[in-house]
Structure formats: C-alpha cells, structure tokens
Design a binder for this molecule. Structure first.
Ligand code: GDG
Length: 485
C-alpha cells in the first residue's frame, strides 16, 4: 500500500485511457515480489474524484482508493505535505497545525485501511509505505488482527524535541505501533521513534524491540523498529548507463555546454529540503571571488516540478529562479552560461546521460531520508570517475563515506569542497568512486525489500517478555518513567 499506485493513467488523443507503470525505485523493487506472491497494490490513482474498479495490470491486482479534491487539499497537500513533511525534516519550514487537516488525514487513512482489509487473504502480509499512511497499521490491525503488517517510513523520523510539537503525536505513535515491523532509513530515525514511544507511552524498549502491553482483547505484542536503508536497482542503472546511445548522449551534452573543463550537476525535486539555494549561494560566491570562472565550469541544475499547489513551494521556485537569473546575469558571457537551469522532468535515459556527463554531483540536502540521486550517480559511473559532494544530513551519507561530505549550512565548507572536487587528481577520484561503487553494489533495492520482508516474516510468533511471560533479560530494557500525556 502506498499513497500513489504504481501505475499512471494516461489518456491518448482519441480519449482512450490506459495504464503505464510509473517510474521509480519502489515500483521496480516491489513489482517482482508482488507478481510472485499474487499480491495486490492499494493506492490512489493520481487524479481526484476518479472512482475506478479494481483491475489487473502486468500481473498485479490494482485496488484504487478514490480521493476527492478536498481530500487532496486537506489530507495530502495539507497534513502530509505541509505538516508532516516540514516537521519530519527538522522544521526547515514552519509546519501548519490545523485540526481540519488532521481530521481528514485520519478519515483517508481509514479508507486505505478498509480497502486493504477487504482484499487481504487470511494471514496475509500487508506492507504500508510512507508518512501519508501512518495511522493505517493500527486501524488495519483492529479490523484484521490476523494480518502481518509492516510499515516503512521513506523520510526521516525527527528527534523527540521536534516530534513533540505535533498536537497528534500520541495518535501517530499508536498508529505506527499497529505494525509488526516499523522500518526507517537510518539507525538514528529508528532510535528517535523508540524514544518517542518511551516518552509518550512509557513502553519498554530494547533495540530493536518495543514491548506493547496487551489492552482489552488485544494481546501484548513485540514490535520491531529498525533501519533498512533503501537503495536503487543497481544492475538496471548500470545497464542503462552502459548503453552506447546513452554514452554518446553524455558526450553531446558536454559539447552542447561548450565542452567546459568541469560540468557540475544537481538533480532534485524542487523542494526546500534539498538545499538548492545553499548550493547556488556557494557557487555564486566562488564566481564572485574569481575562484571559479564560467570559462571553465558550468552548473546544470535540474529542478523537477513538485507540489506546485502548495504556497511554500511556489515561493521557493521564485527564490531559486531569481537567484539563478542573478548569477547568470552577473557572471555569464555570450558563449558561457554559469547555470543551465531546467525546471522539468526527463526520461531515465537522459538522467543517466547527465550523470555520465557530470564531473561533480552536488547533493546539498538540509535533511533527506536517503537521497537516491547520489546512489544513481555512483551506479552510473562504471568508469570510476566523477566526484560526489554529499550532505551529511542525507541517509545516504551513512553508507557513502567516501564522498566529500559537507554541512550545507556551512557555505565556506561547501565552497572549499567544490574547489577540492574540481581539482581532485584522477587517482583520488578513482579511489573514492571505487569505494562508493562497492557500497552501492552491496545493497541494492531488492536486498532492501527482501531484508524488510524477511524481518517481517520472522517477527511473527516472537514472544513478549512483559505480556506473555516468556524469558527475557531484565536489565537491558529501557523504560522511561515520563508522565503520560
Ligand atoms: C523520498 C525521500 C528517499 C528526479 N527527477 C527526475 C527523476 N528523478 C528521480 C531520481 C530519483 C528520484 O526521482 C528522487 O529520489 P530522491 O531519493 O532523491 O528524493 P525524493 O523524491 O525526495 O524521495 C528520499 C526516497 O523517498 C526513497 O525512499 O531517498 O529521501 O525524500 O530516483 O532519479 N527521474 C526521471 N526524470 C526526472 O526528471 N526519470
């Protein structure tokens, strides 16, 4: 189950509608699993007020959940994207706390839970994806106690000091604890969740376990909260980047840019978490100080359109485009542009060609669950060249230690890293890229889904020391005697 279905509805010129698999790592990872298990995918079709009966597509049963225009406004753009998103990304932007948004979030979560309850076989496994659906695990457990329920959070889970701002923090924690396994990107996220459980509910925890006491006719349960860092389809990406036409396209891109000595690249959804303005500031200052020149260096910034109906995203777009215009106006020449700025999406082949064309990839996120762009860049670089500049506030930085790690708030540090990347000798570039490639190859997206599903399967039948009376190591559990709110 995910907010969006893995297929997009496309209508051709004659008005005929058909379905196309949506691009993305999650779909690539789960499609084979779903097909092999005769699974169903529950989610929204991507268009408001569209009621569609379940259907089969490519061997997967598709269960559409309808959302009205006002559901989208309150549950999706409101509570998901304007409350949870900024809150979970460390309050980079001010979250809105509105009771009507929350109420609709709960209503829509129940609709999803009921849809899954209706189609699941006895004892089935249900895997719920992401922050839009955090209440689903508990709602589903109530409806169908026989199910095995997993939840994976694709974005960070914040420290308690931040999470505790949420007026509905206890309900969210209770919602998630309905799962048997709650997965996170980083070890730190899982730790933040367990701490929130201790502070808000007083339940004992011992990494990775949380003991949920029995209540009413619900038995005591042991929940696992653990990190499962997501990845990409490494082999698929390597194959794409190895195609002769993609390699030729990479050469063409460099040529079209005027064959500069260095091409730098940024690829992000246009989102305030991605630190695009910080990157532009650092680059602009380097040009102003004469440490870089547009004769030698150019920056390609792809900013994929995102959440364009949310006001803070509109403002961010204006800010970025103003800055890009200023930098190009101040430092560009007739023959050399400082920044090639592209506000639209591209086919996967073009993305791979861009990665091959780029000497330096800039990932300056202020907070990011994982950041798959960093992993894609590494997977594309079978030539063992290219330098990755990576924010330490991304989940990817836990694994990709051989990148040039930066704190995006430290503009001088970002500037020094850019200059260092540009001047790095081939020998050092190769050494770092080799090490990065080794890490990415070790953990691809099917490894991610397999390890989550294995943990989920094995969680069935684990005994609970507090409720069930099974043996346990008393001393190692942590219980916080915080007052219950
Ligand atoms: C969330 C979390 C976490 C982008 N533009 C185009 C395009 N993309 C693709 C990239 C990459 C994906 O979109 C973006 O993934 P990220 O991980 O960088 O970021 P979010 O969208 O914020 O994703 C994030 C992720 O979930 C997974 O758990 O890593 O932290 O925020 O794959 O290549 N793809 C194509 N054209 C584009 O123009 N084809």
């Amino acid at each position: 189950m995910s907010n969006r279905l893995p297929v997009d509805r496309v209508v051709d010129d004659s008005g005929e509608a058909s379905w196309r698999q949506s691009p993305g790592g999650l779909v690539t990872a789960l499609e084979p699993v779903m097909r092999a298990s005769g699974g169903a995918w529950v989610g929204w079709v991507g268009q408001p007020d569209l009621e569609i009966e379940p259907f089969d597509e490519n061997g997967i049963r598709i269960i559409p959940v309808p959302l009205s225009d006002s559901d989208l406004e309150l549950y999706y753009e409101g509570f998901s994207n304007d409350t949870l998103w900024p809150l979970y990304h460390d309050v980079i932007a001010q979250p809105g706390y509105h009771r009507v948004w929350w109420e609709r979030y709960a209503v829509v979560n129940r609709r999803f839970a009921e849809a899954a309850a209706a189609v699941s076989e006895p004892g089935a496994t249900v895997w719920v994806q992401d922050y839009q659906l955090q209440l689903v695990p508990a709602m589903l457990r109530e409806l169908r106690p026989d199910l095995l329920i997993g939840f994976f959070n694709h974005i960070p889970f914040p420290a308690y000091g931040i999470f505790s701002q949420l007026p509905w923090r206890t309900q969210i924690i209770e919602g998630l604890l309905g799962a048997d396994v709650v997965g996170f990107q980083r070890v730190a996220d899982a730790g933040n969740f367990s701490r929130a459980v201790r502070r808000l509910r007083g339940y004992p925890t011992r990494t990775p376990y949380i003991e949920v006491p029995g209540m009413g006719d619900q038995p005591a349960r042991r929940v696992i909260a653990k990190a499962f860092p997501i990845s990409i389809d490494v082999a698929g990406f390597e194959e794409l980047a190895a195609r002769p036409e993609v390699q030729e396209r990479a050469r063409q891109i460099r040529h079209d840019l005027g064959d500069p000595a260095t091409v730098m690249l940024g690829v992000d959804r246009l989102d305030y978490t991605k630190g695009i303005t910080h990157r532009l500031k650092a680059y602009g200052e380097l040009l102003a100080e004469g440490r870089l020149s547009v004769e030698d260096v150019t920056l390609v910034q792809i900013a994929t359109p995102s959440r364009e109906r949310v006001e803070s995203y509109r403002q961010l777009r204006d800010e970025i485009e103003l800055t890009v215009g200023r930098i190009n106006g101040d430092y560009g020449t007739i023959s050399h542009q400082a920044i090639s700025y592209l506000h639209h999406g591209f086919p996967r082949e073009e993305m791979a060609a861009m990665y091959l064309a780029a000497d330096v990839l800039l990932v300056t996120a202020l907070r990011d669950g994982m950041n798959l762009v960093a992993k894609e860049y590494v997977a594309a670089r079978a030539d063992e060249d290219g330098v990755l500049i990576l924010s330490e506030f991304t989940g990817a930085s836990d694994e990709l230690r051989a990148a040039l790690l930066i704190n995006p708030h430290d503009i001088d540090g970002v500037k020094d890293a850019i200059v260092r990347a540009i001047e790095m000798p081939r020998h050092d570039r190769r050494k770092r890229m080799r090490s990065l490639r080794k890490r990415v190859a070790e953990n691809d997206v099917s490894h991610w889904s397999n390890s989550f599903l294995t943990t989920l399967r094995e969680s069935r039948g684990t005994q609970t020391p507090f409720g069930g009376g099974a043996p346990f190591d008393e001393g190692e559990w942590t219980i916080e005697r915080a007052p219950r709110p």
